[in-house]
Design a protein around this ligand. Structure first.
Ligand SMILES: C[S@@+](CC[C@H](N)C(=O)[O-])C[C@H]1O[C@@H](n2cnc3c(N)ncnc32)[C@H](O)[C@@H]1O
Length: 261
């Protein structure tokens, strides 16, 4: 077995922390298609942390899409692999591995709160390893969130490169959308400065959120929807949601936020 690629980092995790991303994955037409059509529906949860709770939750939520789905939790810390062993069973297992994916060929990789602890200049190489490791139509989610999973952001990638950026939050817990800036994935967190598209997007979202204040009487989700409508009207390429999600979510193509420098 080759040496796992990467470095052991803090193992912070928590029950239900990644629920917003799990729900988005189970809802996304592209993710659903890839899972449904896969000859071998293997999903990898890369870097599950000190306890494997989010791996078990991912398996349970994605089984709503495909009941025979298997999930392997990979961790670069051997002690965390040993701890997780007791939770294995029912199509979920745990193994030592890093960005090389331990020789597995999954159809979907989730790496949440993993790359945030790496230097920015290592992101592209890690993405390239992951992209080379998934199936031809496989997908990768590289995301970041706060401790309780109320403020989240993730990049969806395919074999060709980054596809989209999603911001997701509990809209009762934010003053403005740019509160999510501190949870941007590593590829963007240092780009929230003048002249960068992610900065423009967050500023436009803040303005639209302020303009949508009157919708707050119908609740923060209605205000979020009004904000999305204003952004769309102004030309921001917000991905439409085919079904109503209870989460406040904003997805744009990667081309709308890709760093310019
Ligand atoms: C902060 S925890 C994230 C836990 C969980 N994914 C979550 O979001 O709640 C990050 C974990 O990623 C692991 N890790 C870091 N680099 C890794 C790599 N290249 N491959 C596998 N695991 C890695 C660390 O050892 C750590 O346990």
């Amino acid at each position: 077995m080759p040496k796992p690629v990467g470095a052991i980092t803090r193992g912070t995790t928590g029950v239900n922390r990644l629920r917003r991303c799990d729900r988005w994955l189970a809802h996304s037409p592209r993710v659903r298609r890839v899972l449904t059509e896969a000859a071998d529906p293997l999903v990898v949860d890369l870097g599950y942390g000190a306890l494997p709770v989010t791996t078990l939750e991912l398996a349970a939520r994605l089984r709503a899409v495909r009941s025979d789905l298997r999930v392997t939790g990979l961790e670069i810390d051997p002690e965390r692999v040993a701890t997780a062993a007791a939770a294995a069973g029912d199509g979920v297992d745990f193994a030592l591995g890093g960005f090389e994916l331990a020789g597995l060929r999954p159809v979907l990789v989730r790496a949440f709160n993993v790359l945030r602890q790496y230097p920015e200049h290592e992101v592209l190489a890690a993405w390239a390893r992951l992209r080379a490791g998934v199936t031809a139509d496989g997908l990768i989610v590289d995301g970041t969130c706060d401790e309780l999973g109320r403020r989240c952001a993730w990049v969806l990638l395919d074999a060709a490169g980054p596809v989209s950026l999603t911001l997701a939050c509990d809209p009762r817990r934010i003053d403005r959308p740019s509160d999510l800036a501190e949870r941007l994935p590593k590829a963007l967190i240092h780009r929230n400065v003048d002249g960068e598209p992610i900065h423009d997007l967050l500023r436009a979202a803040d303005r639209a959120w302020a303009n949508a204040a009157g919708h707050g009487v119908f609740g923060p989700r209605a205000r979020w929807r009004a904000m999305l409508a204003e952004l769309t009207e102004a030309g921001t390429p917000i991905e439409p949601q085919r079904r109503a999600l209870r989460d406040a979510v904003l997805t744009v193509p990667w081309s709308a936020v890709a760093p310019v420098r």
